[in-house]
Design a protein around this ligand. Structure first.
Ligand code: 4AD
Length: 468
């Protein structure tokens, strides 16, 4: 025997499949073949009838929860919103809605619910649900969003693990404005007289982990980070939050955009597939109540490659449309101008009718770090545009040539001292590399059919609102 081997007795047990908690979730109970069970959850609704009463109990583990059958006396104890423990027999259900139901023989109310409970069984507007953010996950939309959010993160992690990327963490506090947009939140200790006192320099909440991810990719080759990012966006749109989550991948040893687009497409498609495979009830719910084309659109998007076109080609397409109808777009479609949401939507929703990569934008429209193309006018970058949503991903090859990068930074009037480490990466074994960032809440709009990013993050923050 190998003398370094750990004796069996001291080896850690595998907890991979065994739950360590005393109670089982409703999702698991419904799958197992148990007879007598105990269910814990919150009462969604109670229907009191003469002979028997019905209650729906939900613990967040699935969409429908479980239907409980009780006598009239027991049903008096249950009110919508109460937290309960029900014991009884799990029996085959005669109804079509669920395969099993709970014949209750014992009730314990763990937490009573006041009659002012605002979430009654009826349709509420998204605005109202947002105003009760501490309770909205007790409803179908709020809880389905959280399960899809979870499945999407799982899909992302599976994809990157399979592609041999390392998950890393980039700082939240930073002294850089990666995107150069000036939409940064400044950090100051509450009792500080001088805004720069604590760090002896201005420090902000990060707008992107990219520059730090580049440090790690310069040693580990393939990294990704998944964390909160912050932008002091003044615009009140359905696509912008002040705090949102971004998945950022950075990879060394790619020579041009094509492998970067392949990885981006793979990550979006595999995540979508994972959600389709693991959240079928939730997606069916969104398909029925939110967006009737959801399932068809998602299946179509994982079946075929996304369209790829250059910015120059996109401008040609838009100009042809404008030639036919000069009022079609509000903003100009001349080469060199930004693609506005109306243009992005036209390209993805009408022209391609599927996700489309637009690549190689004019250098003047993009941040300093993007790699200059041979033509001297454009940079090796891309946006991924989705039908109905617009931009989901932004990414690029990074300028890895010291002299060219230094010049770009000087032209952008950046503080060279602050970014010396970024330039140093180009001095000490510079590698051709690139990366991208997926706006996680926008991905969730795609996966649920919901229309506003405020609906797909548990506690949304936007200009003028930071409740809960
Ligand atoms: O295009 P952006 O600004 O790219 C970057 O920040 C790069 N540094 C990422 C990288 O290459 N590592 O942002 C990336 C994505 C956008 O495509 C969009 O989906 C999302 O982040 N996004 C927002 N989502 C919600 N609210 C906002 N205010 C957002 N701003 C950007």
């Amino acid at each position: 025997m190998n003398r370094f081997a750990i004796p069996r007795l001291f080896q850690k047990a595998s907890y991979a499949t065994k739950s360590l908690l005393p109670n089982k979730t409703i999702k698991t109970l419904l799958k197992e073949d148990a007879d007598q069970v105990s269910v814990r959850g919150w009462v969604r609704s109670v229907r009191k009838q003469k002979q028997v009463s019905f209650a729906t109990i939900n613990d967040g583990s699935n969409l429908k929860g479980i239907q409980a059958i009780l006598n009239e006396k027991d049903a008096q104890l249950l009110t919508t919103g109460a937290c309960v423990e029900l014991q009884g027999a799990l029996i085959a259900s005669p109804g079509k809605e669920q395969s099993k139901e709970l014949q209750v023989n014992h009730i314990k109310v763990l937490g009573e619910c006041d009659t002012t409970y605002p979430l009654q069984k009826k349709r509420h507007t998204n605005e109202f649900l947002r105003s009760i953010g501490h309770l909205r996950m007790r409803g179908n939309t709020g809880s389905a969003v959280l399960r899809v959010r979870n499945a999407a993160s799982e899909g992302i992690r599976d994809f990157f693990r399979e592609q041999e990327f390392i998950l890393t963490n980039t700082p939240i506090l930073t002294s850089h404005d990666c995107e150069g947009g000036g939409e940064v939140f400044k950090i100051t200790p509450i009792d500080s007289k001088e805004p720069t006192e604590f760090f002896k320099k201005p420090v902000y909440l990060t707008v992107s982990g990219q520059l730090h991810a580049e440090i790690m990719a310069s040693a580990m080759s393939r990294v990704y980070t998944f964390g909160p990012t912050f932008r002091a966006e003044e615009s009140l749109t359905s696509r912008h939050l002040a705090e949102f989550w971004m998945l950022e991948a950075e990879m060394a040893f790619i020579d041009d955009l094509q492998p970067l687009l392949d990885v981006t497409e793979g990550s979006v498609q595999q995540t979508t597939r994972h959600v389709l495979d693991t959240c079928s009830d939730d997606l069916a719910f969104f398909n029925q109540w939110v967006d009737k084309s959801l399932l068809e659109r998602l299946h179509k998007s994982v079946d075929k490659p996304f369209v790829r076109m250059t910015y120059t080609e996109a401008i040609e397409v838009l100009q042809k449309v404008q030639e036919k109808d000069k009022n079609r777009f509000k903003y100009p479609t001349t080469w060199g101008s930004s693609l506005q949401s109306e243009h992005e939507r036209y390209l993805a929703s009408e022209y391609c009718q599927q996700p489309v990569f637009v690549t190689d934008y004019p250098a003047d429209l993009k941040p300093f770090y993007m790699r200059a193309n041979e033509d001297g006018k454009t940079v090796g970058c891309f946006d991924l545009l989705l039908p109905g949503i617009g931009e989901l991903v932004g990414g690029s090859m990074r300028e890895e040539r010291y002299g060219i990068l230094e010049q770009k930074m000087k032209d952008a009037k950046m503080n060279m001292e602050d970014y010396q480490w970024y330039l140093d990466l180009r001095k000490y074994g510079s590698a051709p590399h690139g990366g991208y960032g997926i706006g996680f809440e926008r991905l969730l709009l795609w996966l649920t059919g919901l229309e506003n990013v405020r609906e797909v993050i548990p506690m949304p923050r936007w200009v003028g609102s930071c409740k809960f």
